[in-house]
Design a protein around this ligand. Structure first.
Ligand SMILES: Nc1ncnc2c1ncn2[C@@H]1O[C@H](COP(=O)(O)OP(=O)(O)O)[C@@H](O)[C@H]1O
Ligand SMILES: [Mg+2]
Length: 332
């Protein structure tokens, strides 16, 4: 029996990881969130619910390490972007209390956090849209318009702009926290990738996002298309991925899948990938505890729609948290 803690269980990614691990009889699942109203808390028994500080707060990592020690946690799954770098920095401190962190390396996380670095890192391995910093030299490039301007470290499509012509680009001036990027006009796919601890790619499952709510795909389909899986696998190798990441691709004007970005964590749409045949949380659990998993795992094409589901509680059972969070949780 292994004991596992999943954080961010108020979001769809956290709930997906919880549901995957709760299916197993050899895993004892604990759930954590900063908010007592996080739905995933109520998928586990009352004695396995944990309130933690906000991922951004100074005390978060120390609190989680102490919680893992107290609960005898073997594997920690974090499903929240802002928690990941802080936890990855303290990977050895977690190990010292007996907890393995099921998350990519700090180096991988850092590359994914910066879309400029990511494009540079991957340009030798896959098709990457032309990408420059938003400065004089970047603007001077011989762009064909429209182009995309977006933050180097963005999320949830915030700050993504379509810039129609050179005059509009010049008007933006210098801001090196932004990049200018070739516009990719084609269809977009998200590819969920699982890589082993040695970096070998075990599965790459492309899916379309047909309907999106608050940044999370709520309807879509998995797609068996080798050029999508192969491109995402090449990206995973280029960034040294171990564990799970979500690679976003979009077709270029010449009809080639090109790299948009990598989210180095579980996506909210993970249930579709699991149902298609690749139970990434469960496989990653086994990898992390050193159990054998197949070298590659295949999948079938499947579509999904999603609806909200209610869990009814005795009001006295709702955990109290000081963190009055009303966020939508992690997007994708
Ligand atoms: N170069 C591009 N060409 C076309 N569309 C883009 C491009 N870059 C971003 N977009 C659009 O903006 C969305 C968000 O951009 P993305 O790079 O994924 O950043 P984030 O999701 O971190 O905000 C993409 O899903 C895509 O629809
Ligand atoms: Mg994105």
């Amino acid at each position: 029996m292994t004991r596992v803690l999943v954080t961010g269980v108020g979001g769809p990614a956290g709930v997906a990881v919880l549901r995957s691990l709760l299916k197993r009889e050899d895993v004892d699942v604990f759930a954590a969130d900063m908010d007592g109203w996080a739905s995933g808390l109520y998928l586990v028994g009352a004695d396995r619910r944990r309130i933690v500080p906000a991922g951004r707060s100074a005390g978060f990592v120390d609190h989680v390490i102490e919680q893992c020690r107290a609960d005898g946690i073997d594997v920690l799954f974090s499903t929240v972007d802002v928690e990941l770098p802080g936890l990855a920095v303290r990977r050895d401190d977690l190990l010292a209390v007996g907890t393995r962190l099921a998350a990519p390396s700090l180096v991988t996380l850092a590359v994914c956090l910066d879309k400029y670095l990511l494009a540079e890192r991957c340009s030798a391995s896959v098709t990457v849209p032309t990408t420059r910093l938003l400065n004089g030299e970047g603007r001077d490039h011989d762009w064909s318009f429209p182009v995309i301007v977006k933050p180097r470290s963005g999320a949830g499509s915030r700050g993504v702009r379509l810039v129609e012509d050179r005059a509009a680009l010049e008007a933006l001036g210098d801001d090196e926290s932004n990049i200018i990027q070739e516009h990719l006009p084609g269809d977009e796919f998200s590819v969920d990738v699982l890589a082993g601890l040695d970096g070998s790619v075990i599965a790459a499952v492309p899916r379309s996002r047909e309907r999106v709510d608050s940044g999370v795909s709520i309807a879509g389909r998995t797609v068996r298309r080798a050029e999508l899986s192969d491109t995402a696998a090449a990206v995973a190798r280029a960034i040294g991925l171990s564990g799970v990441a979500n690679v976003q691709l979009r077709y270029s004007s010449s009809g080639v899948p090109a790299l948009l970005e990598v989210n180095p964590r579980f996506p909210g749409a993970m249930p579709l990938t699991i149902a298609s045949g690749v139970d990434m949380p469960s496989l990653l659990h086994d990898l992390v505890i050193g159990r054998d998993v197949p070298e590659t795992v295949d999948f079938v094409e499947l579509a999904n729609v999603r609806f909200l589901e209610d869990v009814f509680l005795d009001p006295a059972d709702v955990l109290v948290s000081e963190n009055a969070a009303h966020s939508d949780g992690p997007g994708e």
